[in-house]
Design a protein around this ligand. Sequence first.
Ligand SMILES: [Zn+2]
Length: 203
Amino acid sequence: MLKNLEKFLDTLWPTQCIACDEVSQMQIFCRYCEPSVKPADSGAVFLFSGAIREVIHKAKCSPDESRARQLMKTIPPLGGISGFDGIVFVPIHWRRRLTRGFDLSALFALTLSKQLKIPVLDWLQNTRFDRPLTLSASKIERAALTQGRYKIRKNADTPKNILLVDDVMTTGATLEAAKSVLATAGHPVTCLALARTPLLMLQ
Ligand SMILES: [Zn+2]
């Protein structure tokens, strides 16, 4: 009886921690990883550290969409976010999406869309397929890599109040580049990342 129940619950809920893969007794994060999940005070949902850093790395590099989907379930209800007409995500290049199978920013946008009841607008295009930004890239390197990377699609005509989202914010260069494309087209933009590096020196 108990075995059947466990089996049934297994299909509903993972028994492996999504960060370290250890047994987690039907929790998304195990009891060792859970305390390292820290909310960000502004501009992002989580701090890009501890278990969050681990799971995002595994989801993107393995790649592992189901891990990414489990991570979405850990996003708490977000207060204070209102007045937006749509959610635009910072996309990866279509070739990277093809090899990875999913876009974490798009998945984050969809999750927020369900929670906030705001539509996702597929407005941005990533025009460059080159190496992704790394933590070690300098500010100058980052600026060069984001230059002209994003283009707005033709259907983005009427000005809308946009919530622009990305998966990981390191220096903010990527979000800034995408934001300026939308702002130039006349859309007011507010940015939100799924996770951001703890020592954010920008602003
Ligand atoms: Zn764990």
